[in-house]
Design a protein around this ligand. Structure first.
Ligand code: ATP
Ligand code: MG
Length: 299
């Protein structure tokens, strides 16, 4: 690996992951100057530059050492890792953090009238996909022999065109499937955007930059899922109420003047707080509940 003193991160130029990737890096304190060709952005606040590319090119750029880190869907990263493995090469990149956006699933979808119960029914059928390696791997583990038809796009119309019997494609809401008279039958991979890095750490100044960036990303992710929950309750109900909440730090408990058995509680929770949580807490004796977002956190 050639020595460089600036870190390079590859992200998607324009697509579903672009805005959230830029936003994450901005929250980590990275500021960029956009160049005229808009492919390379010079980092102004830290020696960290950006390359804006097709998402499919992110793993390869890391493998070739052109970039040190990349943000890409787990679906793309694993598909290409299997591709390298099939070619007899070890993958030169790996997932280092799940980033909490770009959620979707790679799913098997069948025509609405197909009564799917288990994978054995796929034997001898043709399945269209843009993820041939992930699909073949899933079929192999299920012990099913089916024909994988690789298409680069418009996979969802293959059954109607008669070029395949069912499909394996990315799904988030399921609206595209419904519009094509298809129905989700099995999940092949749960995906989200991930931070990918080379399997070998650079042996120069970049190693420290990577460590710093990972610490900041962890902080950003932690704050995103953290909520400050406050309530009042009888002291005796405290344990039961705390058990209802997502894991977090130990709550701060304060007694209320003039009300012997009542306490006021503050708890940082690592996870979403739903109406269901609040209603369960209320049934367990909590009153005056407040849920607040956390802006910044330093342990
Ligand atoms: P590029 O031009 O960069 O190759 P693309 O068309 O291949 O773009 P997008 O459609 O922007 O890629 O999707 C990028 C990633 O977003 C996907 O690989 C996947 O991880 C994620 N994603 C989230 N929801 C969906 C969805 N409903 N359909 C497709 N991808 C999704
Ligand atoms: Mg792409």
């Amino acid at each position: 690996m050639s020595a460089r003193d600036r870190l390079r991160i590859a992200i998607q130029k324009s697509g579903r992951l672009s805005d959230a990737s830029i936003d994450l890096l901005a929250r980590c304190g990275l500021k960029f100057r956009r160049s005229r060709d808009k492919l390379f952005c010079f980092g102004e606040s830290l020696p960290v530059d950006l390359l804006l590319v097709r998402d499919d090119d992110v793993p390869g750029m890391i493998a070739q050492g052109v970039c040190d880190l990349g943000i890409v869907g787990r679906n793309v990263l694993l598909e290409q890792a299997l591709d390298s493995a099939n070619a007899g090469d070890g993958a030169a990149f790996r997932e280092v953090r799940a980033l909490g956006f770009g959620h979707c699933r790679l799913a098997l979808a069948v025509p609405e009238e197909f009564a799917y119960a288990d994978a054995a029914q796929l034997g001898g059928l043709r399945i269209a996909t843009s993820y041939p390696n992930l699909l073949a791997d899933w079929l192999r583990r299920a012990g099913v022999q089916a024909a994988v038809v690789t298409l680069s796009g418009s996979v969802e119309i293959a059954p109607r065109l008669g070029t395949a019997d069912c499909i394996c494609d990315l799904v988030s809401s399921g609206a595209t499937l419904a519009a094509n008279q298809l129905r989700e039958a099995a999940i092949i991979l749960e995906s989200e955007a991930v931070l990918a890095a080379g399997t070998l750490s650079p042996a120069d100044a970049r190693a420290e930059l990577i460590d710093m960036l990972l610490r900041r990303i962890d902080g950003v992710i932690q704050v995103r899922v953290s909520k400050l929950v406050m309530w009042q309750s009888p002291r005796a109900a405290l344990d039961a109420i705390t058990r209802l909440l997502p894991q977090g730090q130990r709550p701060t408990v304060t007694s209320i003047e003039g009300q012997d058995n009542q306490v006021s509680v503050q708890a940082i929770c690592n996870g979403a707080i739903t109406w269901q949580h609040l209603e369960d807490m209320q049934r367990a004796g909590a009153r005056q509940m407040l849920v607040l977002p956390v802006e910044q956190m330093l342990a």
